[in-house]
Design a protein around this ligand. Structure first.
Ligand code: SF4
Length: 241
């Protein structure tokens, strides 16, 4: 049975205004509501979260399409595939041997402890489920938090390279913080709302793909320019004689 994993409502803040709220509101006003993660089932989220490690989502889409076509996108179905077959199917996502091993280990874990059900693992309290995911080979905090948020609707903030780049340019992060320290900054400053965290991450991704690009950020049309020291300085330097 397929279940669309989408944002269900427009999140609202209950805390006093600060930079985290301001950034969200400016991005939400600029981009409008976004629907992310593009998956039909929680298990597909897990597969996508592993496949997207160190690669662009466009490559993941090709691998997911192969898995779908082969009828391998459910725990029981995927279990019937040999390692070599799985590697071939996910080859477009890169690092396919490593990722096939990670997927099969996660799958075996689900069958050993949760009757093959990711939903059962995710039905546990957030920190219990997070610890369990982090104990799996190749599941780091970003992958674990993506699974918790997008497959389990747990309010677990996802930190990725886009989050770091954007908030460093905004002067909120120094660049030296650990993953857990950054996640904790967001989690202590924002209401614990999975819809909010879902939408916030989607907005950060969109912002960094279209405006706050790694090279040549497009600061002039950026909705964050008024609160961004990096952007203001870049434009001032561009206009200085
Ligand atoms: S003003 Fe420029 S550097 Fe700042 S967030 Fe926007 S695009 Fe990025």
């Amino acid at each position: 049975m397929s279940q669309q994993v989408v944002v269900k409502k427009t999140p609202e803040f209950s805390e006093s205004p600060d930079i985290f709220r301001e950034v969200f509101e400016r991005l939400a006003a600029h981009f409008g509501p976004l629907h992310w993660w593009p998956a039909e089932t929680p298990f597909e989220v897990l597969v996508g979260a592993v496949l997207t490690q160190n690669t662009a989502w466009t490559n993941v889409e090709k691998a997911i399409a192969n898995l779908k076509q082969a009828g391998a996108l459910g725990p029981a179905e995927l279990r019937g595939f040999a390692r070599a077959q799985l590697e071939e199917l996910i080859r477009p996502a890169g690092f396919f041997r490593q990722k096939a091993e990670r997927l099969q280990l996660a799958l075996e874990h689900l069958f050993e402890y949760h009757r093959g059900s990711l939903e059962r693992l995710l039905a546990q309290p957030l920190e219990t489920a997070r610890r369990e995911l982090l104990s799996l080979k190749g599941i780091g905090p970003e992958t674990a938090d993506s699974i918790l948020l997008y497959a389990g609707s747990h309010p677990s903030f996802v930190v990725d390279a886009y989050t770091r780049r954007l908030f460093e340019r905004l002067g909120v992060l120094s660049g030296a913080e650990s993953y857990e320290a950054i996640r904790s900054r967001f989690m202590t400053r924002l209401p614990h709302d999975s819809d909010l965290f879902n939408e916030y991450h989607a907005l950060i991704v969109e912002q960094c793909k279209t405006l706050c690009r790694k090279r040549a950020p497009r600061c002039r049309p950026c909705p964050l320019l008024e609160v961004c020291p990096f952007g203001q300085q870049s434009l001032a330097e561009a206009h200085s004689p």
